[in-house]
Ligand binder design. Structure first.
Ligand code: IPM
Ligand code: MG
Length: 352
């Protein structure tokens, strides 16, 4: 079980330290951890947000535990040197096209949601976000038009094979959990989305037992906060998935609770190679203060045990321990509580 730990910037080191402590407390045989710099800290120390050494270490591991990247000091750098390029580069270089972002309201914690409790209670869904295509990775640039005005542009595109493979991931997840699948696009305006919809329909023919519907992204945003119970598995592209997953996390109560797994095709001895990260960012405003909620990263470690190491029992132990710690009132500032990073980590470990 070789894990590359990439803490990154801001609160990244604090939250990954707690997730590592949780993994270590399970005393799993053969657990080996490596650590490397990524993001703004890597730029400052090595001149690049994703140094070759870090990429090599990630490649040599069975799984990557990633904290967060983003550093206001680096905002003025050329785009290819900014911290965010590290996570985009890892996703692309490691072929991690499938991003799983589960979002659910913990039973008994409906009051933590900004939604009305009766609505929040119905929120239990999985966002399957395509992660290596779309406008994120298309050609982009700035130019000066004929009239001398500056213009920015970004090309959005999806090739059929990119849609096909992520559609299979989402359909398999829906079939496994007996959920329906909602494919989210903007086919009323975008050709990229029309292709997306056509391919999803084609692939879904292989899964006759999975109920499928299609929703425009604006409507999906509205339904997610008004009728979250209408969703099971949500399949969407890179940009829409970025936006909707933040929306879903806010509806749960805090972005500090949502984990993610990014998977590709490469397999390990007991599962799939993957990168695991909280969906929140580096939160520079609270970095280094011991205030960040480590639960999203701890839950990401649970997803790692499940998807990369075939350790379902330990994954469930971690998830149950987090639920129990929440139920016992170990709430971070993100949830209106006053517990710090270390206290929350300790509370979770005590409940394993
Ligand atoms: C996410 C983040 C990233 C993204 C940023 C940091 C590039 O917002 O993982 O959702 O846009 O994918
Ligand atoms: Mg995001």
């Amino acid at each position: 079980m070789k894990i590359a730990v990439l803490p990154g910037d801001g609160i990244g080191p604090e939250v990954t330290a707690e997730a590592v402590a949780v993994l270590e407390s399970l005393a799993l045989p053969g657990l080996t951890l490596f650590q490397a710099d990524v993001g703004g800290i890597a730029y400052k120390r090595h001149g690049h947000p994703l140094p070759q050494e870090t990429l090599d270490m990630a490649r040599a591991a069975d799984a990557v535990l990633f904290g967060a990247v983003g550093d206001p000091d680096c905002d003025a750098l050329d785009r290819h040197l900014r911290p965010e390029q590290a996570i985009l580069g890892l996703r692309k270089e490691l072929g991690l096209f499938a991003n799983l972002r589960p979002a659910r309201v913990f039973a008994g914690l409906e009051h933590l949601s900004p939604l009305r409790a009766d609505i929040a209670a119905g929120l239990d869904l999985l966002i399957v976000r395509e992660l290596t295509g779309d406008v994120y990775f298309g050609a982009k640039g700035q130019r000066v038009t004929d009239t001398g005005e500056r213009e920015g542009w970004d090309a959005m595109s999806y090739a059929a094979h990119e849609v096909r493979r992520i559609a299979h991931v989402a359909l398999r997840a829906a079939a496994a959990g007996a959920h329906k699948l909602t494919s989210v696009d903007k086919a009323n305006v975008l050709e990229t989305s029309q292709l997306w919809r056509d391919v999803v329909v084609e692939v879904a023919a292989d899964y006759p037992d999975v109920p499928l519907d299609h929703m425009y992204v604006d409507n999906a945003a509205m339904q997610l906060v008004s009728h979250p119970d209408r969703f099971g598995v949500v399949l969407t592209g890179n940009l829409f998935g970025d936006i909707l997953s933040d929306l879903a996390s806010a509806a749960v109560g805090s972005i500090g609770l949502l984990p993610s797994a990014s998977l590709g095709e490469r397999t390990t001895a007991h599962g799939t190679f993957g990168l695991y990260e909280p969906i929140h960012g580096s939160a520079p405003d609270i970095a280094g203060q011991g205030k960040a909620n480590p639960m999203a990263t701890i839950l990401s470690a649970a997803m790692m045990l499940r998807h990369s190491f075939g350790r379902e029992a330990e994954a469930a132990r971690i998830e149950n321990a987090v639920s129990a710690a929440l139920a016992d009132g170990f709430l971070g500032g993100d949830l209106g509580g006053s517990h710090g990073t270390a206290a929350i980590g300790e509370a979770v470990r005590a409940r394993l």
